[in-house]
Design a protein around this ligand. Sequence first.
Ligand SMILES: [Zn+2]
Ligand SMILES: [Zn+2]
Length: 379
Amino acid sequence: MGSLQSAIDELAAEDLTRVPVVRIADDALDQFRESERLQAQALRRLAVVDEAGVWADDGSLSSKAWLRRHGRMTAGAASERVRIARRLGDQPRTRGAFEAGDIGYEHVRQVTRVLADSRERLEPEKWDEAEAMLVDVARDHDPGSLRQVCEHFRHVVDADGFQQSEAERYDRRRFDMSPILDGMETIDGLLDAEGSAMVKSALDPLAKPRPNDTRTPSQRRADALVELARRALDRGDLPMSGGERPHLNLTVDLVTLERRAGAPAAELGRSDQPISGETARRLACDARVSRIITDGASQPIDVGRATRSIPPALRRAITARDKHCTAPGCDRPPEWCDGHHDIHWIDGGETSTANVRLLCRHHHHLEHPELKDEWARGP
Ligand SMILES: [Zn+2]
Ligand SMILES: [Zn+2]
């Protein structure tokens, strides 16, 4: 024991400024590997302590409690180590590979667990074969890939139990949106494998970076989620709610749309945070929103229906003519595009082929001025 401590003291005393960095890298990897081997030895001894009952000498009620107290561990970490120490007793191949440094603690944790779970369901001979197979996989794969193999193995051995744990995970699913102070909302949730695969498959194509994209990956995913919702609202095939198809409700004063000085902000249904006049102008430009335009006294003077303000025939005409977003160099297809009024209808622009053209959502944002900075700001 003394020589182990003095070896570590020697490492601690090494002046790393005098060692070539490539050697430091090799040393670090060696030390990680040897610390795993050391862990294997500690677990081998823990198994003996556990069996002999010496943990009771200081009044501890179990070997787990003893380890938690003296090994400076949480209760969870201590029970895991006792569990693994016991299991390694009858998994000699796993123990051998661990002691040799061929596999690490994380491998051992997974292999011992899946083998213990399948003990009752396999003939001893098959079980031995399974251990050999899993240890071989562990030798060549990182713990992440090993986990997948263990899960497949679990299904092979006990499809019902596998399905049961799948159902338990599904029960833990949740999705919450909570407002924080400035009108933004946090999203927090947990999805099972099927749910998250579904959401990622839908978001990925919408979250791809554009040429010269300055958005962070996280911002791109946020935009993709909003885009997904926008498309679902646009398609108009969501279930009715309150006798209407769900849509965004924009309430804006005429003077705000007209950019008059001193005009109030606009409002969006389902959000407490008022929005700027320019955002309201963009939303009203190709209104896939239901808009209520009020006079100064909040009396409605124009209530737009929950359809696009651009009639379908006009939409078809500009789609045939433009074929894609009309911003220079952009080829986003029509389904990504709004119909943008070059002269806003509120300023007297006509809703006609001469004044309306396709712009993808990104370029539509750029065309409505105050957002230019926001979109160009980047990470
Ligand atoms: Zn526009
Ligand atoms: Zn575009």
